[in-house]
Design a protein around this ligand. Sequence first.
Ligand SMILES: CC[C@@H](C(=O)O)C(=O)SCCNC(=O)CCNC(=O)[C@H](O)C(C)(C)COP(=O)(O)OP(=O)(O)OC[C@H]1O[C@@H](n2cnc3c(N)ncnc32)[C@H](O)[C@@H]1OP(=O)(O)O
Ligand SMILES: [Co+2]
Length: 134
Amino acid sequence: MLGRLNHVAIAVPDLAAASAVYRDALGATLGEPQALPEHGVTVLFIDTGNTKIELLEPLGEGSPIAAFLEKNPAGGMHHICYEVDDIIAARDRLKASGARVLGDGNPRIGAHGKPVLFLHPKDFFGTLVELEQV
Ligand SMILES: CC[C@@H](C(=O)O)C(=O)SCCNC(=O)CCNC(=O)[C@H](O)C(C)(C)COP(=O)(O)OP(=O)(O)OC[C@H]1O[C@@H](n2cnc3c(N)ncnc32)[C@H](O)[C@@H]1OP(=O)(O)O
Ligand SMILES: [Co+2]
């Protein structure tokens, strides 16, 4: 079930400033910012060759990362995304094991145009887990 590491996400207060630091200080090659109002974030991906870094900032009212940034105003590691080949089978297996699938439990289309789900951080050792079907 558990596949490759698709991305590590870092929530930031200012996406433009954070991506400039990644470009200028770390020499990162930046993807284009993507506003995703349906997810309440604007994201930008950085390809590291073996995985990706997702920088994300809140977009609009009620962003799901607003409370996280209130607690971590300078930003912080927000979630980790694993790839799965069948997100419905993964969801059903996780729910059967007692894990909490966030939202209404149905996959939504994520930044890569693929179905994604999120698992409650309290069930995975303080780490918000995202699953992406590839
Ligand atoms: C762009 C699309 C997609 C992609 O394709 O990559 C994305 O990545 S979108 C990313 C943004 N969307 C999401 O994160 C959706 C899932 N997240 C949520 O539903 C919420 O963030 C949350 C996980 C339910 C937390 O919401 P929050 O408002 O912070 O609720 P609480 O304050 O009640 O938090 C409960 C509890 O969990 C701790 N917490 C919150 N966020 C995280 C986190 N990222 N990592 C670890 N722990 C987290 C929070 O501190 C609370 O703990 P206690 O205070 O100890 O109770
Ligand atoms: Co993500």
